[in-house]
Design a protein around this ligand. Structure first.
Ligand SMILES: [Zn+2]
Ligand SMILES: [Zn+2]
Length: 297
């Protein structure tokens, strides 16, 4: 069985349910991946994970591997609503990076949310066996037939992008939230060259990890005009995502992390404009849409 994935949440920042977003969906980031060894992998635990959990009811025991890009709310908010956490026969593996400020591993994502002031269930009521795995950049881990390689991507907090490579050679890369790094110095500044060298080295490493991927799923929050006002907020543009896919020779590009202000029609208008502006590209481009499954190869 080839690796396949399904979007359960494609929205950035805050859930946006309602008639304006019914086509592309209003849940925040969550992607389900099924690999050749039939493991359940989940990339990020935004509000979309709740609907995913509904599909698992009646199954027992459940073994789930939840891989977190970073702990901004829109990527972890659904975690306490992942109902398999409540049953003792289930095993939940949670993967993520070490926060450089607090020095806490990914256990912080649940600990912070399961405080009595914020959630009715306390950590002691989580009956599933929860295993926390702290990942280090560039050090791959193996889950069944899938090798997962984390790489640090530019965002205001530690954010791992992940390459998933299956034993059959199929692959996907998910950025989580990512802003293409840019040099803060002007070209005539004495610090410009050393900064550019650092950025170029980092981009080389990032592109190498994404190279030739079957599906590249990229934070594409902004139009160029919006980005002019939001540079440094940690998100990419549609144009930036297309350029990235071109540079790394991705086969399919999925634009995601849709702005909460965008309705379905605006999203499609922007998408058409972006494709027209880009001209001919040698990869397929899609708007990520909640509920749609994609099979690799
Ligand atoms: Zn986000
Ligand atoms: Zn973020």
């Amino acid at each position: 069985m080839a690796m396949k994935f399904k979007f359960w949440g494609v929205r950035g920042s805050i859930p946006t349910p309602g008639p304006r977003t019914v086509k592309y969906g209003g849940n925040t980031t969550c992607i389900e991946v099924n690999n050749a060894s039939n493991d359940l992998l989940i990339l990020d635990a935004g509000t979309g994970i709740f609907a995913l959990a509904q599909t698992l009811s009646g199954q027992s025991p459940i073994v789930a591997h939840i891989v977190i890009t970073h702990t901004h709310w829109d990527h972890i908010q659904g975690l306490p609503f992942f109902l398999p956490l409540l049953s003792p026969q289930n095993q939940i593996h949670l993967y993520g990076g070490l926060d450089p400020v607090t020095q806490l591993g990914i256990e912080r994502a649940l600990t912070v949310q399961l405080q009595y002031s914020y959630f009715p269930i306390i950590e002691a009521q989580v009956k599933a066996r929860v295993h926390y795995h702290t990942l280090r950049p560039g050090e791959p881990i193996q889950i069944g037939s899938t090798t997962i390689t984390p790489i640090v991507l530019n965002h205001p907090v530690l954010n791992f992008g992940y390459r998933l490579e299956d034993s059959d050679g199929s692959s996907l890369f998910f950025t989580g939230d990512y802003e293409t790094p840019s040099n803060p110095y002007s070209a005539d500044d004495p610090d410009y060259a050393s900064n550019q060298q650092f950025i170029d080295a980092k981009l080389f490493e990032v592109h190498a990890t994404m190279q030739g991927v079957d599906a590249l799923i990229v934070d594409s929050s902004y139009t160029d005009a919006e980005y002019a006002k939001k540079a440094g907020w940690g998100h990419n543009t549609y144009g930036g995502a297309l350029e990235l896919a071109r540079q790394v020779h991705a086969k399919k590009l999925f634009l995601t992390h849709h702005e909460p202000t965008r309705d379905d029609r605006e999203l499609e208008t922007i998408f058409q404009n972006v494709l027209t502006k880009a001209g001919a590209v040698d990869f397929e481009v899609y708007l990520a849409r909640e509920g749609i499954e994609h099979i690799l190869r």
